[in-house]
Design a protein around this ligand. Structure first.
Ligand code: ADP
Length: 664
């Protein structure tokens, strides 16, 4: 309830003082204030309403209030409005309210609809408009709790990078020296005055309280009658009373008409009736009345907000301690490719204090070479894809030579805000792999010569030139011959892969016609296709690539051989090339059994097969795709497969049209 100092002459219904003050509240209130007509359409809104939601006044007026409510919250809001319309009184409700940019803000609304016959108090009485008609209108005020919501969300998730939340935690926005352009009826203003989510306290020149609204009563624990007429000191911690008094006097003499109190929310303190001191955010404005200068203080209790901030800071500190203890590089990269968070591991990696990386661009922090290596993956992540890759940096540049990097996009309200980056040193694993490969390669090499001679001998025996075996002996011989063939293939593939991987086999890149490479590969696989009853269809394109033609053909024949192997008789395998701006996309399409989703990545690893019986049934080695991937990567291309299990697969890879910048 709004109360006036009893022993002073209260401002009358038409008092310019009241009107002026109320209008001032309307304009400076940090809350969203609005007046709706019977149909629930906007009649008036305050400047803060427009500012927070981003709308212009003219197009908003006449629009239905409910049209801006989030569809999921509409029912609740509609019920509240209907209850107000039918029964009057006050209601409180919460909803998400649409801004001009399509996003939503979380608002807590308090609405009031004065009943026709009741005259709630002096102010309401004085608030009748010229016609005395009070009904039909709904007065509503909203507090923007988006920041608190976000804070709660951040807390519940125990997530870091809460800076954004902290930044958006509301600063009381008081419009300084705004012209009050709208003339509201006193009823409107008085209703809003009591409804306001802030404490509104008017003090006179002697700093004695003259007005004390309902929220002030709630926050301070005093009834209006207890405080009106008494010094403002009553509401302040003792230690701050003198300095506060000085501040108010200084403000009275200054040329500004309104300003924040304190640098930031929580810097101002209030004292409740029970002696409790609480942090507050407050603004002060002044107006000249016939009684001299009056001040209006608008104040919010920010205890919860400060607690939320403290909790966020604490959880941020905990997270930082945890991430700092981890031996992996953890970072948050914003949409402008700048570091916003790095853990301590970066210190060892880049040799600079990790805190200094904040705000630095990746190119600046990592240097152009490393940046260009990771840039394509980073771009993918900033488009919303989760990316994982392994990369080798030139030795001596950084302490880790091989790293595995994962980028997880940070998507909020459908927009990529940045990405979380995890980088792990895998140099040890790579070194072990290297030893393993070398071992396998040495063993394979040693096997190859005796295998070739065994194979030759067995082949000679099967021809019968050295005498005939009985049928059982002949059959065993055939099996032995087949197995030596498979072993030879395996040994050859192992050696092939090892030589390409180690770089001992060089890619001799030249400009070559795509159509020619396609036809040669198709030709090479023709006899296999015929014996399997499969047709190969070539869809060429008139362009060129810059690649090693033998190795490209090896890749294509590997893929074709798989496509033929896994296609039913009578099917067609398509070999296709697509011209793209900087590269050519190759596709090998079959309509065979397809590949299950969980195997789409792994089949490119060595000895990975969809079905353990594939080697036996189809005579594969499990190395073909690993070789293909190695060849394509040596050309700076990408290889992948798309497949619908049971309906076929499309293997794709890209090759460049021109030499890369580090090639002659
Ligand atoms: P393999 O020599 O066994 O064919 P690859 O590395 O070429 O070895 O292929 C690995 C595995 O991937 C195969 O064993 C098979 O399970 C699966 N695969 C490859 N291509 C196809 C395809 N076109 N259709 C279905 N499965 C395929």
């Amino acid at each position: 309830m709004v109360s006036f100092e009893p022993n002073l002459e209260p401002p009358s219904a038409t008092s310019p003082l009241l009107r002026q003050d109320l209008e001032l509240f309307f304009a400076v209130a940090p809350n969203l204030l609005c007046v709706l007509d019977r149909e629930g359409c906007f009649q008036r809104v305050n400047v803060q309403f427009l500012k927070i939601l981003g709308y212009d006044m003219a197009p908003l007026l006449g629009q239905p209030f409910l049209d801006f409510v989030h569809p999921e919250d509409r029912r609740g809001s509609q019920q509240s409005l209907e209850s107000l319309r039918e029964k009057g009184g006050t209601v409180s409700f919460e909803n998400r309210y649409r801004c001009i940019n399509g996003g939503y803000r979380d608002l807590v609304w308090h609405g009031i609809a004065p009943a026709q016959t009741s005259v709630p108090d002096q102010t309401a009485q004085s608030g009748a408009d010229d016609q005395g008609n009070l009904t039909g209108l709904i007065y509503a005020t909203a507090t923007d709790i988006t920041a608190q919501k976000q804070a709660e969300h951040a807390l519940s998730q125990e997530r870091d990078f809460s800076k954004a939340v902290l930044d958006t935690i509301n600063v009381l926005n008081v419009n300084k020296q705004k012209e009050i352009a709208l003339h509201y009826s006193q009823q409107t203003l008085a209703s809003i005055f009591d409804l306001a989510g802030e404490a509104i306290i008017c003090i006179d020149q002697r700093q004695h309280i003259r007005l004390f609204n309902q929220t002030a009563e709630r926050i301070f624990g005093y009834g209006a009658a207890e405080v009106v007429g008494r010094s403002l000191d009553l509401l302040l911690p003792e230690a701050l009373q003198a300095i506060h008094r000085q501040h108010v006097e200084q403000f009275g003499r200054s040329s500004v008409t309104s300003r924040h109190m304190g640098q930031r929310p929580g810097q101002v303190s209030g004292r409740r009736k029970n002696g409790e001191i609480f942090p507050a955010a407050a603004s002060i404005s002044k107006s000249t009345t016939k009684d001299g200068l009056w001040y209006t203080v608008m104040l919010q209790d920010v205890t919860e907000r400060i607690q939320a901030e403290t909790a966020i800071r604490r959880s941020e500190a905990q997270l930082r301690t945890t991430t700092n203890a981890l031996p992996v590089l953890i970072a948050y990269i914003d949409a402008d490719e700048r570091y916003q968070f790095n853990n301590r591991a970066y210190e060892e990696w880049l040799g600079v204090p990790y805190e200094t990386l904040k705000g630095q661009s990746l190119e600046q922090a990592l240097g152009p070479d490393i940046y260009h290596t990771i840039q394509p993956y980073l771009h993918q992540a900033l488009k919303g894809e989760t990316v994982t890759f392994e990369v080798e940096f030139p030795s001596g540049v950084l302490p880790y030579r091989w790293v595995s990097v994962s980028y997880l996009p940070d998507i909020q309200e459908g927009q990529v805000r940045g990405c979380f980056a995890l980088t792990q040193d895998i140099s040890d694993r790579k070194a072990t792999d290297q030893i393993k490969h070398e071992f396998v390669s040495v063993v394979s090499h040693e096997l190859r010569t005796p295998l070739t001679s065994i194979h030759g001998a067995l082949k000679l025996i099967t021809t019968g030139q050295l005498g005939h075996l009985n049928p059982q002996g002949q059959e065993l011989l055939e099996i032995a011959l087949n197995n030596t063939k498979r072993l030879t293939r395996l040994v050859n593939d192992v050696l092939d892969l090892e030589r390409i991987e180690s770089g001992r086999v060089k890619m001799i890149k030249v400009r070559c016609q795509v159509a020619q490479v396609l036809h040669q590969a198709a030709q090479a696989m023709m006899s296999m296709a015929q014996s399997e009853g499969v047709t190969i269809k070539v869809v060429p394109v008139d362009t060129h690539i810059y690649a090693d033609p033998d190795h490209v053909e090896q890749t294509l024949t590997n893929l074709l051989s798989n496509a033929i192997k896994f296609s039913p008789r009578g099917e067609t395998v398509v070999l296709k090339a697509v011209d793209q701006p900087h590269q050519v996309l190759f596709k090998v399409i079959d309509h065979g059994r397809g590949i299950p989703e969980d195997k789409l990545e792994t089949i490119f690893e060595r000895f990975q097969q969809v079905d353990a019986s594939d080697t036996r049934k189809h005579g594969g080695t499990g190395l073909g795709l690993a070789i293909c991937r190695e060849i394509v990567q040596r050309h700076e291309g990408r290889i992948w497969v798309r497949s619908t299990h049971g309906q076929g697969s499309t293997f794709c890879f890209t090759l460049p049209k021109t030499p890369s910048h580090d090639e002659p």
